[in-house]
Design a protein around this ligand. Structure first.
Ligand code: NAD
Ligand code: UDP
Length: 355
């Protein structure tokens, strides 16, 4: 089975995707600097995938601590894979920074890691003739969307440095593919709102500090780590006045990565750009109520002013991913809340460590 490099594989989406890929038989090298994750996540990934020490977890999942900005570390990863007789055949590139507010305050860091780190990775891939890449893009590219559901053909109009960094890498990948027709196999996957956790409750989202995003905030209120959720705006032009998003279970998203990778490895070289979302709009109040059902008590909340930069409604048109990959989401909002609660209630302080 093929060996893959997973950058940022210890993070929220990466760790869930590693479980799916290990179960499918792929061998993995995870490169992560643990700036926003814990190595405990990878220990649990190995256990969840049913890999025993006798089966040599070292061969199935090798962890390399290091940064995508460090070409020497990247070169070592590719060289050592060749020396073991199993070169890296493809890369899933999750590593990056993702906090919108932080990107506004420190754009240089975001361009350095998200754009500079991607360039460093792609350079080393090219040097080792590895031309298969799945890139974590984002629905944030669409900014304030002109149409909903949003198709991949909608205008790219990011409204913050984080979104600009994702748009820049997508642009680079399109230029690269055009420069060498028939060579690169690339998928830019535009995620909508990834939430939930592995159904075991063993791995999940573990944000540093006060969560910026709705779902981890709601979970932390439910588990008693925070007092009350603030809902940003109750006067939007939506059915219940709160914003509508396309929440996607992280295991559906993980399966979408496997589908994209399988497609790239089997079809002719191409560049795919796909929305990964459910196509189902859910309001903030619907999330809060469903989570209350899952955890067995109402989640305290107050409606406050709108948050700058929010759009009223963002929902994916996911039909292209179904057409090209045969993939669509399978899990409901109730599944999302049940699994998210399984993780949060069993791990009230997350993994309890960074690094
Ligand atoms: P995450 O922060 O949990 O995971 C990112 C991982 O990358 C972490 O383990 C972190 O330690 C690592 N990392 C950061 N900088 C690195 C570097 N220089 N070198 C090596 N490793 C580094 O985030 P996530 O939610 O799992 O997101 C994964 C990817 O998906 C990111 O690129 C993010 O921008 C993108 N994305 C996330 C969302 C979301 O809402 N979670 C939505 C759309 C796109
Ligand atoms: N939201 C909220 N309270 C919070 C965090 C988020 O009401 O503490 C709302 C936010 O205004 C948006 C929705 O929840 O309407 C999803 O926000 P999130 O930050 O999770 O995702 P994104 O803005 O990227 O869609």
């Amino acid at each position: 089975m093929a060996k893959l490099l997973i950058t940022g594989g210890a993070g929220f989406i990466g760790s869930h995707t590693c479980v799916v890929l290990l179960e499918a038989g792929y061998d993995l090298v995870v490169l992560d600097d643990f700036s926003n994750s814990s190595s405990r996540a990878l220990d649990r990934v190995i256990a969840l995938a049913g890999i025993t020490p006798s089966e040599s977890s070292a061969k199935r999942l090798v962890t390399v601590p290091g940064s995508i900005n460090n070409s020497l570390v990247l070169e070592k990863v590719f060289r050592e894979a060749i020396e073991t007789g199993q070169p890296i055949e493809g890369v899933i590139h999750f590593a990056g920074l993702k906090a919108v507010g932080e990107s506004v305050a420190d754009p240089l860091r975001y361009w350095h890691v998200n754009v500079g780190g991607s360039i460093s990775l792609i350079n080393v891939m090219a040097a080792f003739s590895c031309h298969t890449l799945v890139f974590s893009s984002s629905a944030t590219l669409y900014g304030y969307p002109d149409q909903v559901p949003i198709p991949e053909t909608a205008p790219i109009q990011p409204i913050n440095p984080y979104g600009h960094s994702k748009a820049a890498v997508e642009r680079l990948l399109n230029d690269l593919a055009a420069s060498a027709p028939g060579q690169w196999r690339i998928a830019c996957l535009r995620y909508f709102n990834p939430v939930g956790a592995h159904a075991s409750g063993r791995i999940g989202e573990d944000p540093l500090g006060i969560p910026n995003n709705l779902f981890p905030f709601v979970s932390q209120v439910a588990v008693g780590r925070r007092e009350r959720l603030q809902i940003f705006g109750g006067d939007w032009s939506t059915p219940d006045g709160t914003c509508v998003r396309d929440y996607i279970h992280v295991m559906d998203l993980a399966e979408g990565h496997k589908a994209a990778l399988d497609c790239l490895l089997t079809e002719a070289p191409q560049l795919l750009t796909l929305n990964l979302g459910s196509g189902r709009g859910i309001s903030v109040l619907e999330v809060v109520n469903a989570f209350g059902q899952a955890c067995g008590q109402p989640v305290p909340h107050t409606i406050v002013d709108r948050r700058p930069g929010d759009a009223a409604i963002t929902v994916a048109d996911p039909s292209e991913a179904l057409r090209r990959l045969g993939w669509s989401t399978r899990r409901s909002l109730d599944d999302i809340c049940r699994d998210g609660w399984a993780w949060q209630s069993a791990n009230p302080a997350g993994y309890g460590q960074r690094g």
